[in-house]
Design a protein around this ligand. Structure first.
Ligand code: ADP
Ligand code: MG
Length: 390
């Protein structure tokens, strides 16, 4: 006979506050509910230590009779919980010394333990993420098979939640390391950019000291190099400031055509065809025209620089999507990977800030950037803005 589903079950299965609480606090809450629900006087949750396979550390405790010490550790195959972890299926155990599975392994009965329900947290790939153990004292009634059936399905959900939360954590950790690496590259680029003009300034100072007659020329160099540093700082500070949009009702074409017209002369001079295909009857969006134009400027200039003589760049606008496509050099995967990092450039005079700003502008609008590129074949940037009408 199966027990009717208790309405409280839905709260046990609720993953909503997982993100805000964090996995540990969320699990502690679920364990507390579990202990109450199953009338367990003691409850503990052990979670695997990813760095040490086969080892599990106490993550939460609940109930009036929770005995595990703060630093409790258990290993696969050892004791009640360790054995259940090894077997991978939930169990109710009254007296381990009289239970075929546990007696064989020499698991002793704890004096105060009347009955235990052990729930391994196993994800669908079979990975052991932890184990919940619920216990009752000797004077309390034993757990029933109905309890076990319900508890087992609960454990499956909790196991999946732990697996997902850990996966998410790994993904976030990888992203964090990538950001740190980018920061390092950025710092190196900035230091490099500052060092060049500084070297010029030092050399000019030395020259002026050696020969006061050339001092005026040297001062001009010092001024010019100081300006370079100033511009670099300006570029850098722009990145640090939050972007504030001034949205107004406009079609995407209104913003993009400015960039297209401004670039026309350069295209002609370099023998590259610029095709411009705005859509008639375009919808009105709520966008910051100047910023979107800036983004289009950067993308059109990059396309121009990538296209060889005789090449073609196509700029088009469809609804809330703009596309900039070239048949130029294309990009290797390694370049694609770092495309939007500030100061990443493969061009001798490049700043590496163009695409970083494109991303900032599109992000501020709540839009998305998609890139497709093949070495030797060309590149296509597709920017999609949200369709919310102005
Ligand atoms: P910059 O143009 O100053 O180099 P960007 O941020 O605009 O900085 O671009 C970064 C890098 O991305 C470029 O140096 C280039 O290697 C690559 N890139 C951008 N757009 C294209 C494109 N259309 N085709 C090929 N490579 C591109
Ligand atoms: Mg650029």
């Amino acid at each position: 006979m199966t027990a009717p589903i208790d309405p409280r079950a839905t709260t046990l299965f609720d993953l909503h506050d997982l993100a805000s609480l964090g996995i540990e606090a969320w699990l502690a809450g679920r364990l507390r509910q579990c202990a109450e629900w199953f009338g367990a006087s003691g409850a503990s949750l052990f979670l695997s230590v990813p760095e040490v396979p086969g080892t599990f550390r106490l993550a939460a405790r609940a109930g009036s009779h929770a005995t595990a010490p703060d630093d409790a550790v258990l290993r696969t195959g050892e004791g009640l919980a360790g054995t259940v972890l090894e077997l991978g299926s939930p169990m109710v155990v009254d007296d381990p010394e009289r239970h075929a599975v546990f007696a064989d392994r020499g698991v002793k009965r704890r004096d105060d333990l009347g009955c235990a329900m052990l729930l391994p947290l196993v994800d669908p790939q079979g990975e052991r993420h932890g184990v919940i153990s619920l216990s009752r004292r000797r004077e309390e009634p034993h757990f029933q098979n109905d309890d076990l059936a319900l508890a087992a399905s609960l454990a499956a959900v909790v196991g999946l939640a732990v697996a997902n939360a850990r996966l998410l954590h790994r993904v976030e950790e990888t992203a964090r390391l990538k950001r740190l690496a980018e920061l390092g590259q950025m710092a190196a680029s900035v230091a490099h950019e500052i060092r060049n003009p500084l070297t010029g300034i030092r050399a000019a100072a030395q020259l002026a000291t050696d020969d006061p007659a050339v001092a005026p020329d040297c001062l001009a160099i010092v001024n010019k190099e100081a300006d370079r540093i100033d511009r670099l700082c300006e570029d850098f500070l722009v990145l640090a400031r939050p972007l504030r949009l001034r949205r107004e009702p406009a079609t995407l074409a209104q913003a993009v055509e400015g960039a297209v017209f401004a670039a026309q002369a350069d295209f002609r001079a370099q023998g590259i065809t610029l095709e411009w295909a705005p859509e008639p009857n375009a919808p009105t969006l709520a966008i910051d025209i100047d910023r979107v134009r800036q983004a289009a400027d950067n993308l059109v200039r990059n396309a121009l620089q990538a296209a060889g003589s005789g090449g073609t760049v196509r700029v088009s606008v469809q609804g809330s999507t703009m596309t900039i496509e070239d048949d130029g050099a294309g990009m290797e995967p390694a370049t694609l990977d770092r495309l939007f990092s500030p100061f990443f450039t493969t061009k001798p005079g490049g700043t590496g800030l163009g695409l970083c700003n494109v991303r900032r502008i599109v992000d501020a609008h709540g839009g998305t950037v998609r890139v497709e590129s093949a070495p030797g074949r060309g590149t296509r940037f597709e920017i999609q803005f949200p369709r919310n009408a102005a």
